[in-house]
Each structure stands twice: as C-alpha cells, then as structure tokens.
Design a protein. Structure first.
Length: 268
C-alpha cells in the first residue's frame, strides 16, 4: 500500500463510482471545485484507488476534510493517520465513525452521526414550488437566519456561488418563503448532485412543504440530466429521514460530521 499525494482525477472518479456513487466527491472532481481541493489516495499493487480523502479550502469559512468511505473504513482510517500531520490546525470533517482513533492529536467536537441517502426513483415536480436565483439571495439569507431551531443552527450551509450556479427552490405563502431547499454541489460530467438546506419555518412544519420542496428540486435536477442525487441527514432527525424515505431516498452509508482542532501541544 502506498500514499499518492496527487492522484489522477479519472482514478478518483472510478473509486467514487464503485458500488455506491458519491455525488459530493464526484462534484469535487469537477472543474469548478478542483482548484480548491487537495487530494490523497492509498493505492495497492494493482491500478486503482483503495481509499481517498480531500481537503477543500477557500470556499467556506474553514477548510473541510472529506473522507467519507464508500468501500473500506479501515483503509480510510489508515489514510487519515498518514495525512494528519499535513492538515490545518482547525477544520470541519466528514469522516468515518472511528476517525478519532486515527487522529489522536486532534480534538473532535460537535460530533454528529450522519446518514448519506441516495434517490432511487424518478421524482415528480410540483408546480406550486418556485425556482429561486441570485436576485432572491437577500430574501433567502433572511429566511435561513430564522428558519432553523437552536438545535439545527449548525447544519446551515449556504454560499452565494451555490445559488448562482445550481437549482434552488422554495414554497412561498403570503409572499414569504416558508420552506426552502437548494443544491450544494453538482457535476454534469458525472450526472451527480448533492442537495441540502432543506428546511421549513418552524411554525409551518408538518404540512408536507419540505416533501414538495425536496421532490421538486430533485425533479428539476433530473431534468438537467442528473441521475445520482444525494443528501446528508442527521441520524437523530427522524422526521426528515422518514420524509426522504417516502420520496424514494435510501440510506447508503454512515459517517460523522464534526469540528476538529489540533491539540495545543501540536498546534503550529
């Protein structure tokens, strides 16, 4: 087993399309994200990637380490052990459940078990759900600032480039957004997308709005030729999980989302 610090895109693409397609990692191989990423891979004697990880820098408030393992947690943990000395002092991680064992010099906080779900049936659009764009950015940001409960505040992720490039939709009532959903990542090359920020205003929950928003968003991605649509949802969020299951999303793997800070003795 050897560490490759500059794996080829085509090799990574093959890895992330084996068994379970990974819309998030595949999107990070696209030209828009590629310049903002640094990749590592474990390779064996035969051609091909055995485990991979990437660091996304410059697009969010802090670096993001992505090492969700579609095949082998053990090899991914070994990869994390090898690259840990090269990582920033503070970052956000999407990692195998036992990543802390491989990264003892980091303190893990705000750890949340998360499910990756993929859509496995053709979605249906809803005419009452409207498309949103850059002209509505200030309205969307105002909605997102108040739509999450205190327990949900940390799951908000919205950047202007997402709205500028990819589909976002909303349920509007009395000229106000009451439910919203957007596209976090997308790649036409691999026909894959990851969706998120699916949230309904607390006083409007329970009426099926999030279901219509989610399915309409997926239908519009489907119309663009996207066939691998995924989302991440907290294991503890049972209502959301049931909503997505009814729409045809199936759980494919589990990982943790967490904040990482290098222990003070290791901080440089």
């Amino acid at each position: 087993m050897r560490l490759n610090t500059a794996p080829a895109r085509d090799m990574l693409a093959a890895y992330y399309q084996t068994d379970v397609a990974d819309p998030y990692a595949l999107s990070d191989l696209d030209d828009f994200f590629w310049p903002h990423t640094r990749w590592w891979a474990l390779e064996g004697d035969e051609p091909g990637v055995m485990a991979a990880a990437l660091l996304i820098n410059g697009l969010h408030s802090m670096p993001i380490l992505y090492a969700v393992a579609p095949q082998n947690d053990t090899l991914t943990l070994e990869l994390l052990r090898l690259i840990a000395p090269e990582l920033p002092a503070s970052l956000f991680g999407l990692l195998p459940p036992h990543a802390a064992d491989a990264m003892p010099h980091y303190h893990f906080s705000d750890v949340a078990m998360t499910l990756r779900m993929l859509l496995e049936r053709t979605p249906t659009d809803h005419n009452d759900i409207v498309s949103m764009g850059p002209a509505q950015q200030h309205i969307i940001e105002a909605f997102l600032a108040t739509a999450y409960t205190e327990d949900e505040a940390d799951i908000r992720l919205f950047e202007s480039y997402m709205l500028e490039r990819w589909p976002h939709v909303a349920c509007i009532e009395d000229e106000e957004i009451v439910s919203f959903g957007g596209t976090h990542v997308l790649t036409h090359r691999y026909a894959a997308a990851g969706i998120g920020n699916i949230v309904t205003r607390p006083d409007k929950r329970g009426g099926g709005r999030a279901s219509r928003v989610t399915e309409a968003l997926c239908a519009r991605l489907w119309d663009l030729g996207i066939r691998h649509i995924g989302l991440n949802v907290a294991e503890s969020n049972t209502p959301a999980r049931r909503c997505y299951e009814r729409l045809g999303f199936i759980e494919k793997l589990r990982f943790i989302e967490c904040s990482l800070t290098r222990q003070s003795s290791e901080t440089t």
